[in-house]
Design a protein around this ligand. Structure first.
Ligand code: ADP
Ligand code: GLC
Length: 499
């Protein structure tokens, strides 16, 4: 049975800031079903330590091994019962605030040390240096936070050609987040000086964790086929396009899946009225319930546009206020749940105070409300500037909530555009705007609202959307084949090193 260590900085339901948390719990569960022995490993933030049921202490690291008192715990996490490992280093991770930012939304000033240490511990675990009987055959890292693991493993293999290292794969969930630090921060980690090279961790004069992953992982994946193409271009590669083109042969786009045990309107415990494709009148009751609980005018005939999002430039949220204002005279309502840029938060709250019957805004993270919005809204609006995959549009489809989104990244791979041909063929599931210009998005939204008035067309769109299947089955198999590819490459490299 292949053993995989899955390195992540988020894990639903313990700690979540975005889709990475959902993927980090649902993908390992799907891979376990396919027969892999897979253990996610993550840092012990307070929410994680508090959420662990009956954690078992596996190892206490000694001062000679690391400057920070560290304990490795193992625990099983409900509801799936997935076994995870937690790197508990209180000095670096036990603090109020988010995984990456403090309570004022500023990056933790010692993020380089925090995740540098996490990668150091994970590398030791990966190389079987901690006296544990379980040693992975493959290490699967995610985003920059696990990036240095790949440099550690590569250099270990270089120094010890007779010893085995696990095969490696990095998944890029968002190439704009590169784990960039200074040379001084690189020096503070006491890493070998030869790592500081453009073929190593140096990126335009900075120290980049993500670059270590892209340079050294045997295989690179990203979270949709379309995004895998986009990041090869200067517009979307964020400086990594050259290196990615060089590594193109080992770059694979694998679409994220959805966990339909969590996101299914037939069984969703968070929503007041469960429903399916043949009981869509129940969906309307969810709308009425949300109108009442938020303070929107109660009217089940009005189209309701829902948004659940990080309030960030990536997501096009900086022009959301203007967009809503353009519709303020129309018979349409908006409900927005999100958190992020304080300026965007404030302007949306101000708008909501001016037009409470038309627009309700909730700032913060609220799992319950996220599900209720999916169930209650008629349209889900995702005007992303770029979107590596996006999970909310996938959830929306299952909830019969028609997405209106930009034609970018994973949105292209998951939404079948309501153009003439797809409408005629009855295959359309949503409305894609050709680009992220506010006028183009407004026009597409107006076309969706027009379609909403056509009852039979709207029902057809909803039922087609609800019939889409983005469960992990297919994508998890693609990860299996990427793992095989990584193992073959690793064996080849080992032969080259030793000869
Ligand atoms: P990203 O990871 O870029 O933020 P995704 O669409 O991949 O975007 O995933 C976002 C995930 O985070 C979804 O599960 C969504 O429901 C959830 N989410 C985002 N904002 C909130 C919020 N304010 N409250 C609850 N869930 C949220
Ligand atoms: C990132 C991306 C998002 C993707 C998620 C999970 O946060 O922004 O598009 O769905 O990761 O892979």
């Amino acid at each position: 049975m292949t053993k995989v260590l899955f390195v992540t900085s988020e894990f639903y339901p313990l700690i979540k800031t975005g889709g990475l948390a959902d993927v980090s719990s649902s993908l390992p569960a799907a891979l376990s079903h396919l027969g892999l022995d897979i253990i996610p490993v993550l840092p012990g933030y307070p929410a994680v330590m508090e959420g662990l049921q009956a954690p078992k202490q596996l190892k206490v690291f000694t001062p000679a091994e690391t400057p920070y008192a560290t304990t490795l715990y193992e625990a099983c996490v409900a509801p799936s019962g997935q076994k995870i490992w937690v790197v508990d280093t209180p000095e670096l991770f036990n603090r109020d605030g988010g995984p990456y930012v403090d309570s004022n939304k500023q990056d933790w000033p010692d993020n380089c040390l925090r995740f540098g240490h996490f990668c150091d511990i994970v590398s030791r675990l990966s190389l079987g240096q901690c006296g544990l009987s379980w040693v992975p055959d493959l290490v699967h890292g995610n985003d920059w936070q696990g990036g240095l693991v790949f440099a550690h493993l590569h250099h270990y293999a270089n120094l010890h050609p007779q010893k085995k290292r696990p095969a490696t794969l990095i998944t890029i969930h968002n190439i704009a987040y590169q784990g960039l630090f200074s040379y001084a921060e690189f020096e503070a980690l006491s890493l070998p000086h030869e790592w500081w090279a453009s073929g190593g961790v140096e990126f335009h004069g900075h120290f980049s964790f993500l670059k270590a992953g892209i340079n050294y992982a045997d295989v690179i994946t990203t979270v949709s086929p379309h995004y895998a193409q986009e990041i090869l271009s200067p517009e979307q590669g964020y400086g990594f396009e050259g290196l990615l083109n060089h590594r193109k042969e080992h770059l694979i786009g694998i679409l994220n899946g959805a966990d339909y045990t969590q996101w299914n309107p037939k069984t969703d415990a968070y929503i007041p009225h469960q429903y399916g494709p043949t009981s869509l009148q129940q969906k309307n009751l969810n709308k009425v319930a949300l109108q009442q609980s938020t303070g929107l005018a109660s009217n089940k005939k009005l189209p309701l546009i829902g948004i659940v999002s990080r309030l960030a430039y990536q997501k096009g949220m900086d022009f959301l206020r203007t967009m809503i204002e353009r519709f303020i005279e129309d018979d349409v309502q908006w409900v927005v749940l999100g958190s992020g840029d304080p300026h965007i938060e404030q302007e949306l709250l101000a708008l909501s105070r001016l037009h409470p019957e038309k627009c309700q805004v909730r700032i913060g993270y609220d799992e319950n409300m996220a599900h209720h919005i999916e169930a209650a809204a008629d349209i889900f609006f995702m005007p992303s500037r770029y979107e590596p995959c996006g999970l909310n549009q996938i959830y929306s489809l299952k909830y019969g909530t028609i997405p209106v989104a930009t034609k970018t990244g994973g949105l292209v791979d998951t939404i079948i555009n309501a153009d003439d041909a797809n409408l005629a063929a009855g295959t359309a599931t949503g409305f894609l705007a050709d680009n992220d210009h506010i006028d183009v998005l407004e026009m597409r939204l107006r076309q969706a609202l027009l379609a909403f008035q056509n009852k039979s067309l709207w029902l057809k769109l909803r039922r087609t959307a609800m019939a889409q299947d983005f469960s992990w089955n297919n994508s998890a198999r693609q990860y299996l084949s990427a793992y095989n590819q990584a193992q073959t490459l690793n064996q080849k490299k080992a032969l080259e090193f030793s000869s």
